[in-house]
Write a protein that binds this ligand. Structure first.
Ligand code: CP
Length: 309
């Protein structure tokens, strides 16, 4: 049977092209399953999964939980805000206590970069990184590439621009790794203060002119400004940000071609993207969310196949 080359899903950085092909092939199967009248398979009936969310989430948390339930796994959910973390319990103590309840897979979102890697070195369970600070969000990048493949036939050779707050975005870094691995060209566009200095080391070009970036690309993946991760001001005002980097219908209509619009959510409507663009036929934002369930089913299923029963 085909297997992933990794024991955990900690970041796209650790995957190879065969892994991505295998995840997408498996996701194709599960996408067909979740469109059946009975959307459930018994594949993970003997597997228990803990979803540990130390940061807020809507899409990722619900999507993982639904994916696990569609695979018939037993699922427990933990939100740091209502837990004994508030009483000073450490991450390793929290997770080891949860694992002593015979948990096989941990899905974790955490505010600290490297939290998933740290956990994988200290506990005996499969770890899936659901976002570690400003570092990686691998399942988001996988579902983004899967959605581009679905819309345009393939990712190879496509031109993708990631627009917005690149500096604080785990979605941007995971997307850069995933898209380049599949042979896409990637540019980033945003205020220079929100572009990390290391970006050229990744083989990514910077375009600070939004119109030129959109004229170049096949797909624009639009990110929100992550005010919650900012301790200083990176641009003068939200109004100025929107004037320079906000995507609206007029800009798109003047391109002379139809590009694909993506956004990982949550959207700040009227800031980085207007509602008429987010809700237009060029947008695949809700397809991304739908595909997230199939892709997370695939990742979870493939890692679970490595568990010795
Ligand atoms: N895209 C994404 O990670 O959304 P949530 O923060 O709602 O999970």
């Amino acid at each position: 049977m085909d297997q992933l080359s990794v024991e955990h899903l900690l970041g796209i950085k650790y995957l190879n092209t065969n892994d991505i092909d295998l995840i997408f092939k498996t996701a194709d199967h599960f996408k067909e399953v979740i469109n059946r009248p009975i959307k459930k398979v018994p594949s993970l009936r003997d597997i228990t999964i803990a979803n540990l969310f130390f940061e807020n989430s809507t899409r990722t948390k619900l999507s993982f939980e639904l994916a696990q339930k569609r695979l018939s796994a037993d699922v427990i959910n933990f939100s740091a805000g209502q837990s004994s973390v508030k009483k000073g319990e450490t991450l390793i103590d929290t997770v080891n206590n949860i694992l002593s309840m015979k948990v096989d897979i941990v899905v974790m979102r955490h505010g600290s970069v490297g939290a998933g890697v740290f956990l994988s070195n200290h506990v005996d369970a499969k770890i899936i990184n659901a976002g570690d600070g400003t570092h990686e969000h691998p399942t988001q990048a996988l579902l983004d590439s899967y959605s581009i493949r679905e819309k345009l036939g393939s990712v190879k050779g496509k031109k993708i621009v990631i627009v917005g707050d690149i500096l604080h975005s785990r979605v941007a870094l995971s997307n850069i790794y995933a898209l380049q691995l599949q042979g896409a060209q990637v540019k980033v566009c945003g205020p220079t203060t929100l572009i990390p200095k290391y970006i050229s080391n990744l083989g990514v070009e910077v375009e600070t002119n939004l119109k030129k970036a959109l004229e170049w690309c096949d797909v624009a993946n639009v990110l929100r400004v992550q005010h919650e991760r900012m301790d200083i001001k990176y641009f003068p005002s939200t109004r100025e940000y929107t004037q320079l980097f906000g995507i609206n219908k007029e800009i798109l209509d003047n391109l002379g071609k139809k590009i694909v619009i993506m956004h990982p959510g949550p959207i700040n409507r009227g800031v980085e993207i207007t509602s008429d663009v987010a809700d237009s036929d060029q947008s695949i934002i809700l397809n991304q969310v739908e595909n997230g369930v199939a892709v997370r089913m695939a990742v979870t299923y493939l890692l679970a196949q490595q568990i010795k029963r």
